[in-house]
Design a protein around this ligand. Structure first.
Ligand code: CTP
Length: 495
């Protein structure tokens, strides 16, 4: 197996003393009183060993998890216990002095679990700790720490999860076909953990993902996009996309992205593989920004290339209009994936629509007016747009890349200058429709829009300043051209 690139080191010393904390002390006392055995388990133990920040704590007991949770909450004087009868789980929020201040503690009775095919509704049968560990997704998530008097603080690791943490390996505790068929979302989780932690998915586990990929179809879009977003938010998201592609999962929920794959050739002329280009752009953006939606814009910036691809004799491969078509595809993709259809989506759409503009500017002399128009169209999205644009320069031809990057810097510099001078980002027209109606004493009509457009263009072209005093005479002049009469005393702006 190739060496993994994990950025985390396992530190068993972190286990020492952990059971001294008041929650685990109380959990131990209550377990003893009730005659049950209890353990901290799952992601909490994994993250403790990896020294990652802890969020939630899961506690499993060999017995009635709900009754146990209520008793522990009482012992601690904790607040309300939320009970989820259908799932046999209960949780409460614990406020504590140390970081992170507030944690959710979730309790469950240990269980053997079997799922019916085509449904996620489990049939739950009480079981032992070992049964419970077996039915978890990965060996690194099946670690438990005893909270019981006889062996408090001991790590219980029946599937060599610690070794897998050290080696950087994702592997299922049971036969992977069983683990994945119990909950097919785990296939996405395997890739998500591999991407977040820089781990490798062991061959038999990966083969099982390939075999079971179709089973992802029973999983809800929300659960899928939660994992996908975690992949996109990881330090090197391309790792996850390659695994999603090669496992056969990506095509199940994101076929448009799979369509980007491949480089066609005609008469010896090829084009770049837009799948690998896209994930390179995504990595480039990830190096500069944590913003999930900017990263989504990278994922989708070329999404319409397959649909706009033409071979034009004399010109080679073209993708005319892929930016507009791509922007129009965004809502459909967001709707299907149950991603938010709000200003986040509009941000992604805007960036996809504008992604060629900054570099296109550099094809000719970069004029102030072209830069002003870009700033006007992008508004507050300009900063994200410029990050995306730079990330999009992935040419393998070093000379070309250097030239593009130099041009990019010119545009960036010009943007700064123009912005300082002209304040056209989030442009507010200096003259409103109300002003025009009052100045000419006219009701709402087409002339108002026409006059406003002339003023806007004059500002963006740099013919007049972006202020009322400069715009007023132009309004008067344009109104006259349209046969309108200025109300006496309103020839000049009061400002
Ligand atoms: N688990 C599982 N199968 C799933 C989801 C969760 O076996 N489909 C188990 C794992 O043991 C996991 C634990 O439940 O560690 C808690 O799950 P969750 O809180 O969703 O994930 P974490 O592993 O804690 O990771 P993260 O918080 O990063 O999602």
């Amino acid at each position: 197996m190739a060496e993994s690139t994990t950025a985390f080191t396992v530190d068993p010393a972190r286990l020492g003393g952990v059971t001294e904390q008041p929650l685990f002390q109380a959990a131990g006392r209550v377990a003893e009183r009730m005659g049950v055995r209890a353990f901290a388990i799952g992601g909490y133990v994994r993250d403790l060993l990896l020294a990652r920040p802890c969020k939630d704590i899961d506690i499993v007991c060999e017995g009635d998890g709900i009754a146990y949770a209520e008793a522990v909450a009482k012992e601690l004087g904790a607040g309300h216990v939320h009970v989820f009868k259908n799932f046999g789980t209960a949780m409460f929020t614990l406020r504590q002095a140390q970081d992170p201040g507030e944690v959710q503690v979730e309790f469950v009775g240990a269980r053997k679990e079997s799922y019916q095919r085509n449904s996620r509704k489990p049939e739950v049968v009480p079981g032992t700790l070992r049964d419970d560990q077996e039915r978890r997704d990965f060996t690194i998530n099946a670690l438990a720490i005893s909270l019981n008097a006889e062996d408090r603080g001991q790590l219980i690791d029946p599937f060599n999860g610690v070794q897998d943490l050290e080696r950087g390996v994702i592997r299922t505790p049971l036969d992977a076909d069983i683990t994945f068929s119990d909950d097919p979302l785990r296939m996405m989780r395997a890739i998500r953990f591999a991407t977040q932690l820089g781990y490798l998915i062991e061959a038999p586990t990966f083969e099982a993902i390939r075999r079971n990929a179709e089973r992802l179809d029973i999983i809800s879009a929300e659960r899928i996009h939660t994992e996908l977003n975690k992949i996109i938010a990881a330090p090197v998201p391309s790792t996850g996309f390659k695994l999603l592609l090669n496992s056969g999962l990506l095509v199940r929920f994101f076929p448009e992205m799979v369509d980007l794959l491949g480089a066609e050739e005609k008469f010896g002329i090829g084009h770049k593989d837009n799948f690998y280009h896209t994930i390179q752009v995504l990595d480039n953006v990830a190096e500069r920004s944590e913003d999930l939606w900017l990263r989504w814009a990278a994922v989708l910036h070329d999404i319409a290339k397959p649909r706009t691809k033409r071979f034009e004799p004399g010109r080679g491969w073209t993708f005319h209009g892929h930016e507009d078509k791509g922007a129009r595809m965004v809502p459909g993709i967001f709707r299907r994936m149950k991603l938010p259809l709000d200003e986040k989506m509009r941000y992604v759409q805007n960036l996809v629509a504008l992604h060629l503009r900054p570099i296109a500017l550099t094809k000719e002399e970069v004029t102030d007016s072209a830069v002003r128009r870009l700033l006007f169209d992008a508004g507050d999205d300009i900063d994200g747009l410029m990050i995306l644009c730079k990330a999009d320069i992935t040419s393998k031809n070093e000379a070309k890349k250097k030239r593009y990057l130099a041009n990019y810097e010119v545009v960036l510099q010009k943007l700064k200058e123009v912005e300082e001078k002209d304040r056209v980002r989030n442009f507010q027209p200096p003259i409103t429709g109300q002003d025009i109606m009052a100045a000419f004493n006219i009701p709402p009509c087409k002339a108002i829009g026409d006059i406003k457009t002339v003023i806007k263009d004059a500002i963006l072209d740099g013919r007049i300043h972006n202020d009322r005093a400069a715009a007023w005479p132009l309004m008067v002049e344009e109104g006259k051209k349209l046969g309108l009469k200025v109300v006496p005393g309103m020839e000049k702006s009061e400002a």
